[in-house]
Design a protein around this ligand. Structure first.
Ligand code: F6R
Length: 618
């Protein structure tokens, strides 16, 4: 979720590039940098922290006379905001990165999956690296392929990369050319009068031009002051029309969506892909060496305790099923705000997992600290590098969802669930209780999730909006499900009450007859998670039970599951996957249902009343 801006044209571009980065700040970052080319030489300035630090670093360089940076007339450059994934938050790891001679500079968003093997190959050829990043290898690869044609060198490097990324490259011998390449991460061209921009998002150049051209996957783009050339990865020319953007700047920050929440719902395929991709290096192996927990240690855990609040707690609930099923180790769940008050029995032999997207939730931190004091191994799952949770834990597993601005957690939830799936599989692998064939099956399914999440958003959105239209003036929503469907219901009900203020409850479907069924009449929408699982038949009897009270049953089912659509009033289908992974897809229509209901009520979904994004008080 980093930001890229590149410029080539007739104007001095140092300040233009920093102004472009400012427009990408909303994406979140922890360091930033830029490279400028003038008089055949490229200079970089990088800084940890915010753009004020980068500006100060540029001013220092000017004092010291770094040639290109000092050239206020430099008219070609690259800039980047980094949200750390590979490698710590340091100046050396900030982008741009270059080859040893500093001829090739690149900025990259995303992840290069095969960076370790490429780095080893390049090392063997004599390349020396100056950062811990996967991105740096791209500069070295381009340099290795370069024989005077930058586009050809980028194309050759692109062919060697695996992963999920977009990058832009500059070469000291080409003062009028930037070359970009895209594989899954966004890249867009902005065309002005005698100048061209290449960025990860339109806001970066919207003040300068409204003529844009999107770059597609597996395309290479070469820009110069007077033009844009797009080719396929194989080198065939691609023609593309310029489009005129009509958004204002605020809309542009939201990527053209009317709210951050909707934008973040659409960012889920990306967020999940970034979270899982490079941790699945082989078809049948999960790599979580970043946890620094040995296989022997993993075998010795007697029990796992998960502590978290709100949506993060629901992610933990989903994870419990996966961990217990795959790794055969008991998992207990605790609401973090309650945990320490019951003097919990916890200590050596326990793995305590604190899940907190912000890494700053006071109750989760307190629960983690208590468990650590008592001798448990504490692992934090968080989205924020450098957050308190990362300092209070023995091991850290980062989700890579990028900054979430909407108060209601969406992409951080699905990324947390993806991270716990990885953890469950890794524990199973380390404890030797799953065979490699089954791991391979599950890894293939995990890798397909980003695509399936995207399909779910596309295929259910309009239908969910229609459901919301039918019920937005209702006084109550009930969510029912069993087994892995239950945490999805809890999360759906939380989203509904949080952003629509409509009372909503989630119940284990088998509990209905013990009281809650009294709530139902023909005005009550009952959302039932009925995706494929070993308990689907039981869920269907609960659907019949609520249907008999006249309630309007809206079911979430696995595609092709006609048995559910026959029983429910309306059915929203999600793609088929392994049943234990189904929650990550089933939650999408429930996020959309809360969203559309709130919008029909005219509410501010990004900032609901009484709520803050991070809860730092106990
Ligand atoms: C709901 C929501 C909250 C958070 C909770 C924990 O949409 O965002 O329920 O999940 O406040 O926050 P973190 O994960 O930052 O600890």
């Amino acid at each position: 979720m980093c930001g890229i801006v590149g410029y080539v044209g007739g104007r001095p571009c140092r300040d233009l590039l920093i102004a472009g980065l400012e427009k990408l700040e909303y994406r979140g970052y922890d360091s930033a940098g830029l490279s400028l080319l003038a008089n055949g030489r490229i200079d970089s300035v990088r800084a940890v922290g915010n753009l004020a630090n980068l500006r100060a670093a540029v001013a220092d360089e000017l004092d010291e006379g770094a040639v290109a940076v000092a050239q206020t007339e430099a008219t070609i450059g690259l800039a980047h905001t980094r949200w750390a994934t590979h490698g710590r938050v340091t100046e050396e790891n900030a982008h741009p990165h270059s080859d040893e001679d500093g001829d090739v500079h690149i900025v990259l968003n995303g992840i290069i999956e095969n960076h370790s093997e490429l780095r080893a190959e390049l090392r063997a050829e004599g390349h020396k690296f100056s950062s811990e990043t996967d991105a740096e290898i791209v500069a070295h690869l381009i340099e290795g392929h370069y024989d005077g044609d930058l586009t050809a060198a980028v194309r050759a490097a692109f062919a060697e990369l695996r992963g999920h990324y977009a990058f832009v490259a500059m070469h000291a011998e080409h003062p009028e050319t930037l070359v970009g390449a895209r594989n899954e991460c966004p890249l867009v061209v902005g065309v002005g009068d005698g100048e061209t921009f290449l960025a990860s998002a339109i806001p970066a150049f919207l003040r300068e031009t409204r003529s844009v051209m999107g770059i597609e996957n597996d395309e290479i783009v070469t820009i110069s002051p007077g033009g844009v050339e797009v080719t396929s990865a194989a080198g065939e020319p691609r023609s593309r029309e310029l489009q005129q953007v009509t958004w204002d700047e605020e809309e542009a920050e939201r990527g053209g969506y009317s709210t951050f929440m909707m934008k973040e719902i659409h960012e889920q395929p990306d967020a999940v892909a970034e979270t899982i991709t490079d941790r699945l290096p082989e078809v049948d192996e999960v790599d979580l060496s970043e946890l620094s927990i040995s296989a022997e240690q993993a075998q010795r855990f007697r029990r796992i305790v998960i502590v978290a609040c709100g949506t993060s707690y629901h992610a933990g609930l989903v994870g419990r099923y996966a961990i217990e099923t795959w790794a055969r180790v008991p998992v207990e769940m605790d609401v973090a705000s309650e945990y320490r008050y019951r003097d919990p029995v916890v200590g050596p032999g326990d793995l305590v997992i604190g899940i907190t997207q912000s890494g700053e939730t006071a109750d989760t931190l307190a629960a983690m600290r208590l468990a650590r004091e008592r001798g448990a191994h504490v692992l934090a799952i968080t989205n924020v590098m450098g957050s308190q949770a990362t300092r209070d834990a023995d091991s850290v597993l980062f989700t890579r969802a990028g900054l979430e601005i909407g108060v209601a957690a969406t992409k951080t939830f699905t990324s947390q669930v993806a991270a716990i799936y990885l953890l469950g599989l890794w524990l199973a692998q380390s404890r030797g209780c799953i065979d490699r064939g089954r791991i391979a099956e599950l890894i293939a399914e995990l890798k397909a999730l980003p695509r399936k999440i995207g399909e779910t958003i596309e295929s259910t959105d309009a239908q969910v909006r229609a459901v919301a239209r039918g019920h937005y003036q209702g006084r109550f929503f009930l969510y029912i499900g069993r087994h892995i469907g239950l945490p999805v219901c809890l999360e759906g009900a939380l989203k509904m009450k949080e952003i629509t203020y409509i009372p909503s409850d989630a119940y284990a479907a088998g509990e209905m007859k013990h009281g809650p069924i009294a709530l139902l009449d023909e005005t009550t929408p009952v959302v039932c998670v009925a995706t494929d699982s070993p308990v689907l038949e039981k869920v269907l009897s609960n659907v019949a039970e609520v249907g008999a009270r006249g309630a309007d049953v809206i079911a979430i089912a696995t595609e092709g599951s006609e048995i559910v659509s026959e029983a429910a009033d309306q059915t929203l289908f999600v793609p088929r996957t392994d049943w234990i992974l189904q929650p990550i897809l089933a939650v999408i229509p429930l996020q959309l249902l809360a969203y559309h209901t709130a919008r029909l009520l005219g509410l501010n979904v990004d900032q609901p009343r009484n709520l803050a994004k991070t809860v730092t008080v106990e």
